[in-house]
Write a protein that binds this ligand. Structure first.
Ligand code: ZN
Ligand code: ZN
Length: 313
């Protein structure tokens, strides 16, 4: 079992990141694009089923396998709603960005600089790097600008991390973050294959950031925004760090990368100062519009808890 645990901790990250994207790039580059959907769905489904099993076998934190506050059902509804609303979000995103790019092009002239003759792996890598830059700043602003934080708080509400809450996002937050990531693809007229690989990598890395499996990530921490970084992003004491979804390079450049040198993870994750934040799906959808009330209730809850601790009435 120990050998299996070690093998899983070393192999899971590269197998999923390079295995899934590599298989899809190979299918597209070898002219078998008719197989793309099959390979894409098969590999990604197998990967996610594996994550579910591995969390039970080789948990990073055993207590994070316990469902709390019916959070599995909340995450299931976020996943289902996110999938159903995807075409609408995509249409809004593309319409806004295309109109903006058309306006810019008429003002400064068209660019036409997308390197369409490069191999797919380098086109996708370029798109990931540029997309991450815009995602980095949108995510950072979501933590630093209050109206955006009201939307983003839903993603930080879980008190445990596991692969299935990687997609716990308020739909308006998804719209903003997704639009930011799509800016280079629309502005440079990137090809659909590169966009498909970028989306795939974003999805796989998102799940691996949250997965509750013990992983040996040292070789990958220099480039990727792994779980070692992202758990600190969800920490109750250190959330203003590690904004990358796929890459950690922009955090390093803009000095927001944080991880203790001893490699330890955070004690607790979640919204420490918002105990009244809703735990259910509908409450979370409404939370940005009930923010002041939630703040007031949270302050009352915190005061009552302190009073109970100190014995003051
Ligand atoms: Zn965040
Ligand atoms: Zn997260």
């Amino acid at each position: 079992m120990n050998t299996l645990r070690k093998l899983c901790s070393v192999a899971l990250f590269p197998a999923m990141v390079f295995g899934i994207t590599g298989a899809c790039i190979w299918v597209l580059e070898s002219g078998r694009r008719d197989l793309f959907q099959t390979i894409h769905l098969t590999t990604i489904s197998a990967g996610f089923v594996a994550l579910f099993g591995l969390e039970r076998l080789f948990a990073h934190r055993r207590e994070w396998n316990e469902g709390r506050d019916r959070d599995f059902w909340t995450d299931l509804l976020h996943n289902v709603f996110g999938a159903i609303s995807f075409p609408t979000r995509l249409a809004i995103r593309v319409a806004i960005l295309t109109a903006t790019v058309a306006w810019l092009a008429s003002a400064v002239g068209t660019t036409g600089v997308w390197p369409s003759t490069w191999p797919l792996v380098t086109r996708a890598a370029l798109l990931v790097l540029l997309g991450e830059f815009f995602y980095y700043w949108a995510h950072r602003l979501a933590h630093e600008v209050e109206p955006l934080w009201r939307l983003h708080a839903t993603h930080h509400s879980p008190t445990r991390l596991y692969w299935f809450n990687a997609d716990r996002f308020h739909p308006f937050d998804l719209l903003v973050l997704g639009a930011a990531r799509a800016i280079p693809a629309v502005a440079l007229s990137a090809d659909v294959d590169a966009i498909a690989i970028q989306s795939l990598l974003v999805s796989v890395c998102g799940k691996l950031q949250h997965v509750n499996v013990e992983l040996a990530l040292r070789p990958w921490n220099g480039l990727f925004a792994t779980a070692d970084w992202h758990r600190w992003h969800h920490s109750t004491i250190q959330t203003h760090c590690n904004y990358g979804n796929t890459l950690i390079v922009w955090d390093r450049i803009f000095r927001s990368a944080y991880r203790p040198t001893d490699g330890s993870g955070p004690e607790n994750v979640g919204l420490a100062d918002m105990p009244a934040f809703p735990t259910g799906f509908v409450g979370q959808l409404l939370s940005p519009f009930l923010w002041r009330r939630l703040e007031r209730l949270s302050a009352q809850t915190t005061t009552a808890a302190r009073a109970a601790q100190t014995g003051t009435p």
